[in-house]
Design a binder for this molecule. Structure first.
Ligand code: TRP
Length: 450
């Protein structure tokens, strides 16, 4: 079984070394495991909650996209997209908002911290707090539940949000699932070893502490930042304590075991801090130099990045569109037309008692139909002049494990292909979503009876 791994990065800033070592690098490593099915995205709807500067949002999306790719993300292996290219996400957010308890959201750390600050300042508790901030965890739940992620690699500050996603998803399952679990329960995944890269001052590296080391800007900026790493006042020649030096921690995060051991020994023997900083710079420069070049090449080709992200969105929507169609059905947002097929009903029909029936048209041509157990037409073949040919195609289809069904250009009908041609068509459905659901249920039929 594959493990679905999903994580997003809020697009409000330029990625720094901490983001890289704590989130991007381990996510890329995880995506290479053979059983991993990874979904990585730019959380640009979340960015709007924290930032009302359009230029900054745009710049950050570009930089974060380029960072993932420069760091070696293989977009053929993973699904890489912008949250805002998936309209199903805000739609799911609303469905989830309608089952999320307000009391649950009142307890969210980020919201509570803002309230506490207001109260301390003698302000109205909700002063300056938007509904975006309050509902932040619901949007995040939609990100996670939309793709039924099993594992969600995040920082510690996000664990509560993943727990809320479980809570909200469970509630939805209970209310609308009728025994079926629409949503998988996600787990937060914390990488203990890399979760907290220290910044220049030894606190967690974070933009909000202004203690970051830039990742891909240029060598000089990296050098300048490294020169500002806070150390103790021991002089060259005096033994240093590697275990109480965040400079050493930073070094370790990028070094091999042998390099770390050597650096440790040299510090113990009195390596000066100036030399130590130079060593750290050299290490980072050699580890990141190539990726930095890739990064600048990518940033200069925003149209290519756009294409990559749109292709990723398309891939993501192949899952999101039919799934949301199912969820809409479940809550009662259904078409009024009689021909509407509820997805659950389609599934049942498709998997049980479907059958092929051949017949002859008035014009003498031969055709066959695939009918569900209740007689509803699932497929109608193209006309054949020769009855034997029609029969042969029908037999072949019966023996396939999986029909080769592809959406037609109108997006509300699908075609069944055999040997490079269309041999049958579905009915025209009311919506693209219903069509896709019907399409996805087709392959469940094995050897329907003649
Ligand atoms: N809230 C996360 C953060 O700030 C970013 C994020 C948004 C996310 N949606 C997500 C992370 C879904 C994991 C899964 O770090």
């Amino acid at each position: 079984m594959t493990t679905r791994i999903l994580t997003g990065i809020t697009t409000t800033g330029t990625p720094h070394l901490g983001n890289y070592a704590g989130a991007i690098r381990p996510a890329i490593v995880a995506s290479r495991q053979s059983d991993a099915d990874s979904f990585y995205f730019l959380a640009d709807y979340h960015a709007l909650i924290k930032c009302d500067d359009p230029l900054r949002i745009q710049r950050s999306r570009l930089e974060i996209a380029a960072t993932w790719l420069a760091a070696g993300l293989d977009v053929d292996r993973v699904t890489f997209y912008r949250q805002s290219d998936i309209p199903e996400i805000p739609e799911l957010t609303w469905l989830l908002t309608c089952v999320a308890g307000k009391g649950l959201l009142n307890r969210a750390h980020a919201y509570k911290a803002s309230v506490d600050k207001n109260v301390e300042a003698g302000e109205d508790p909700d002063a300056g707090i938007t509904m975006g901030l309050f509902s932040y965890p619901v949007l995040m739940a939609a990100d996670i539940l939309m793709f039924n992620a099993h594992q969600v690699p995040v920082g510690r500050d996000q664990i509560q949000h993943v727990e809320m996603a479980r809570d909200i998803g469970q509630r939805f399952n209970h209310l609308f699932g009728q025994g079926k679990e629409f949503f998988v329960m996600p787990e937060a995944l914390i990488e203990e070893s890399v979760a907290t890269l220290p910044g220049l001052d030894g606190r967690k590296m974070s933009k909000s502490y202004d203690n970051t080391i830039p990742l891909f800007s240029n060598a000089k900026e990296m050098k300048d930042a490294i020169s500002r790493i806070v150390t103790d006042s021991r002089l060259p020649g005096e033994a240093k304590d590697p275990d109480n030096s965040h400079l050493f921690t930073l070094y370790q995060a990028f070094a091999s075991k042998a390099q770390s051991d050597e650096f440790r020994a040299d510090l113990l023997q009195g390596l000066g801090w100036g030399d130590a900083k130079q060593r750290l710079f050299q290490l980072l420069d050699s580890e990141l130099g190539e990726a930095r070049e890739n990064y600048h090449r990518l940033i200069e080709r925003p149209a290519d990045l756009e294409d990559i992200l749109l292709a990723g969105a398309q891939k993501a929507r192949r899952i999101a569109t039919p799934f949301l169609g199912e969820l809409r059905e479940a809550v009662g947002l259904r078409s009024f037309r009689e021909t509407t097929q509820t997805v659950a009903a389609t599934k049942k029909k498709a998997s049980k008692g479907a059958r092929f029936v051949s017949f002859r048209e008035d014009d003498g041509s031969f055709r066959f139909r695939l009918l569900a157990a209740d007689g509803e037409q699932l497929l109608l073949s193209e006309p054949f002049t020769d009855g034997k040919a029609a029969g042969a195609v029908m037999k072949t289809l019966q023996q396939l494990d999986k029909l080769d069904a592809r959406p037609a250009s109108n997006q509300r009908q699908f075609d069944v292909w055999l040997d490079n041609r269309i041999v049958a068509k579905s009915p025209i459905y009311d919506t693209n979503g219903v069509m896709i659901s019907a399409l996805l249920t087709l392959p469940q039929m094995k050897n329907p009876q003649d």
